[in-house]
Write a protein that binds this ligand. Structure first.
Ligand code: DX5
Ligand code: ZN
Length: 221
């Protein structure tokens, strides 16, 4: 397995000082950008205009997480503005396979996310057609929530199914990831870790990123 990837979530950053906040996480693999529409989740962040400026400003590639209704309509625009990775929710998509193909065609990595209540098997038929699965480890909508260990069997199932089919897919976790929880997620098969408060809440975000990466590497499965 390659080095674990650490993707800080700017949901925990100071929105008014985005440029300097982005400069603090230059050691990260990607910057995780949470787009929320107040419909799919009960919270609102920003849309394509803001994400485009982040794309122009960020020292690292963008990992966009769309917590929005109708991703079939909106997700391609994020790939077109240059985001390296675009992840939409399975629960919100009308035609997930067609949408994943479209994102790849535009040149982005395609990701599909599931909420804690959605079973892993719902993703199996997308193996080979997507670059990343995101297993939410909290209910999407807010930063700073507690990690849900009961989601770990889904990572194990996805890792096993990908192995069985001989397909490569990144397994991402998002929500409540910290030094005390990242080990269990890595052990269950995750290789890509989103961390909001654990990185932006730290005095030295760069050191926090390195510590998280090291902790994941010692527990990788
Ligand atoms: C939650 C978002 C997460 C959030 C994670 O709905 O998708 O990306 O920012 O924040 P922490 O790491 O603080 O749980
Ligand atoms: Zn997220």
């Amino acid at each position: 397995m390659s080095q674990p990837r650490i993707n800080p979530s700017i949901l925990a950053a100071d929105f008014v000082n985005m440029q300097s906040e982005l400069a603090r996480i230059a050691a990260a693999d990607f910057v995780h950008v949470d787009v929320m529409d107040n419909h799919f989740v009960p919270n609102l962040t920003f849309g394509p205009q803001m994400v485009e400026r982040i794309q122009q400003t960020s020292p690292v590639p963008l990992d966009v997480h769309l917590m929005i209704d109708d991703p079939d309509r909106w997700a391609p625009g994020y790939a077109e503005l240059g985001a390296a990775s675009v992840t939409f929710h399975l629960e919100a998509a009308r035609e997930p396979l067609a949408l994943a193909r479209r994102l790849r065609e535009i040149g982005a990595r395609a990701g599909v996310a599931i909420k804690p209540g959605t079973p892993a098997e719902a993703l199996y038929d997308l193996l080979g057609e997507v670059d990343q699965f995101l297993v939410m480890t909290v209910e999407p909508g807010f930063g700073g929530q507690s990690f849900m260990p009961e989601t770990m069997p889904k990572l194990r199932a996805l890792a096993a199914e990908a192995r069985r089919r001989g397909t490569e897919v990144w397994l991402q976790v998002d929500g409540g990831i910290s030094l005390s929880t990242i080990g269990q997620a890595a052990e269950a098969g995750a290789d890509t870790f989103v961390a909001g408060s654990a990185v932006f809440g730290a005095e030295d975000p760069e050191r926090a990123i390195t510590a998280l990466r090291d902790a994941a590497a010692t527990h990788r499965h």
